[in-house]
Design a protein around this ligand. Sequence first.
Ligand code: NAP
Ligand code: MG
Length: 402
Amino acid sequence: MKKIQMSTPLVEMDGDEMTRILWKIIKEELLLPYIDLKTEYYDLGLVHRNETDDKVTVDAANAAKKYGVAVKCATITPNKARMEEYHLKKMYKSPNGTIRAIMDGTVFRAPIVVKGIEPCVKNWKMPITLARHAYGDVYKNTEMYIDGPGDAYLVFEGENGEKKKELIQHFDGSGVLQGMHNLDASITSFARCCFNYALDTRQNLWLGAKDTISKTYDGRFKEIFAEIYEKEFKEKFEAAGLEYFYSLIDDIVARVMKSQGGFIWACKNYDGDVMSDMVSSAFGSLAMMTSVLVSPDGNYEYEAAHGTVQRHYYRHLEGKETSTNSVATIFAWTGALRKRGELDSNSQLMDFADKLEKATLGTIESGKMTKDLALITSLKHVTVLNSRDFILAIKDRLEKML
Ligand code: NAP
Ligand code: MG
């Protein structure tokens, strides 16, 4: 077979630990034999981030903006233990945070649905994609403990001299106070990312907030989404037969539980934090969650939602066998290859991505899987494979399909 050609490179961001090991095997066994793979390679492994004072992360994010499509391996976010382990010059920020800030994007997480791994919610048949607004609210709050009686106010002093002041509460005794904010610009770009991604993936979009109680703050999310929808997206949604709707967050939660899935759920920052863990664990496994960062101007970065699987890596370093699930990392590659194919009108590349995904799901459905899935599958006859053999089993199937 002649290798599939690419006209534009993918931005490839390599990473750390066990996922770095999987990354290499996936490339060697599932990609390079079939594709004349063009990538612009950035090594985001912690060693190289330290050598470049983290400049490599910034360069990689800018390359993603330049080329439009990136694929990223999981990376270590340094903490104190990692500082010592890797002799770091400083405690670098989370690479995902840095990339997200540069691309100004929203993260969409969706489970990979496969026969044999049943969601806890039995009526969920299709994936639920969760979009979390990653700015402001309680994550950028100011808090105070009040230890005696007094008046608490919310005060704004405009640069033009305007002054607003409202009583929050008269305290008779001790208690707590919290100040939060959000920005129209951030909510607006969140809204655009959500509408674009809904069109892109042909799914309805749901937004939930609590504007009956928080008329100004949560109300602002409802207003901005409605405005952007009317002005920029209504016609496109109607033409595509798609729907956008807003409802109260509690009503949305009830609808989600009763739904069949197959839509995008846009959440404010805190709701997204909590609900994404609920949705992903109810779907079965963190190792089966994909994640894509989408910028409002249409740049994409694909990755697995899980981390570098440190515990497995240490087993690997001790020379012990591992059975680490590579599915979400494979789907990061297929997502990126398909998007690259779409942008370059390269149908061969898109077709290859489809086949690699089918081969991956088919392998699991035939009973061959890694240990994490074997523990939760409803299939009767299961063969547990090690990290490499699972990828080789996928390759076997893929070869038959090509
Ligand atoms: P993790 O890498 O997601 O792993 C947590 C546990 O989940 C593993 O120990 C394993 O359980 C299970 N698991 C996760 N992915 C798996 C897979 N593909 N196959 C099989 N089992 C899987 O989270 P962590 O151990 O808390 O974090 C490790 C490092 O990853 C940290 O340095 C963190 O900063 C980083 N991280 C990076 C990203 C990212 O780049 N997007 C995201 C999260 C965390 P068992 O050990 O029980 O088998
Ligand atoms: Mg969380």
